[in-house]
Design a protein around this ligand. Structure first.
Ligand code: ZN
Length: 284
């Protein structure tokens, strides 16, 4: 058995590969041991996924939506009250709290010298971000494998296909090309719920969903939505023009779902609301 990315022998590899990180709530889309070797798996976890997940937008997203990390912890969000603080969420009851270590700040709050707490809110991920583009490239190769999994002959073909080498090298090393383009847009709100009676009588939340799109120009795209943001990346070359063309031709519909079957329900609220309470702790 060989790793689909570096092509080295991966018989002894022990880790399974999460196509989308566990810390974004993925428990189902997994590739078995050795499809991605331990070396590549570790590298992706530390040098790509961790970097993306620690970006302010993704940290805030996980905090607001109570998405637990691999270790079962909901990420903290940074807040400012005369200095900066972390906001914690209790996994059990969703209650938020902050810990204040500086007695001066507590006195300022008590004396009503500070009235406001500022919670920076990053509603969109940064555009043209190389870490995100490598993250999407990794997902793209793995979604392609997942499509054919567990047929080993097909996986071998993806491993050896020279057309995929430049994307794999971009993900593994990141030097060539300097930037692999991707397309990003919001297709629904983070707090939206969906109703599709073919799936469930109850509204449900979609953390992520993905598909592969073949265009008329024989290009292959990964299209993935994570909490309402759709990202697209070309597996064939580092240009995104073909997807933009496809969008124009298809009236800017997303290739991800059939809107005739699935309705968006937007009135369910989540995250920070006016009047939410926050507990303060003093730690001295
Ligand atoms: Zn490898």
């Amino acid at each position: 058995m060989r790793c689909v990315f570096c092509k080295k022998n991966s018989e002894n590899s022990k880790s399974v590969e999460h196509i989308i990180p566990e810390s974004l709530g993925n428990k189902e889309h997994i590739l078995g041991k050795g499809v991605v070797c331990d070396n590549c798996n570790n590298y992706f976890a530390l040098k790509i996924e961790k970097i993306v997940l620690d970006k302010p937008y993704f940290k805030g997203l996980r905090h607001r939506n109570f998405i637990e990390s691999k270790k079962g912890v909901i990420p903290r969000e940074r807040a400012l009250i005369g200095g900066d603080f972390d906001i914690f969420i209790d996994n059990n009851n969703g209650e938020r709290s902050i810990l204040i270590n500086n007695p001066n700040t507590v006195n300022k709050i008590k004396n009503k010298e500070v009235f406001h707490m500022i919670v920076p809110h990053f509603t969109e991920p940064t555009e043209n971000d190389k870490d995100i583009s490598r993250f999407l490239g990794k997902i793209a190769i793995e979604v392609l494998v997942h499509h054919l999994y567990p047929n080993q002959e097909w996986i071998d073909e993806i491993t050896d296909k020279p057309e995929l080498d430049s994307l794999k090298d971009y993900v593994r090393i990141g030097n060539k090309p300097n930037f692999w383009e991707y397309h990003q847009r919001r297709i629904y709100n983070e707090e939206d719920r969906f109703l599709n009676l073919k799936i469930s009588p109850e509204p449900y939340e979609v953390l992520h969903e993905f598909t592969l799109l073949h265009t008329d120009d024989f290009e292959l795209y990964l299209v993935i939505a994570i909490m309402g943001i759709e990202y697209s990346l070309n597996l064939s070359n580092p240009k995104i023009d073909g997807y933009k063309k496809w969008l124009i031709k298809n009236d800017y519909q997303t290739p991800l779902y059939d809107s005739n079957e699935r309705k968006i329900i937007s009135d369910i609220k989540k995250g920070w609301q006016d009047g939410d309470s926050l507990r303060f702790f003093q730690n001295y």
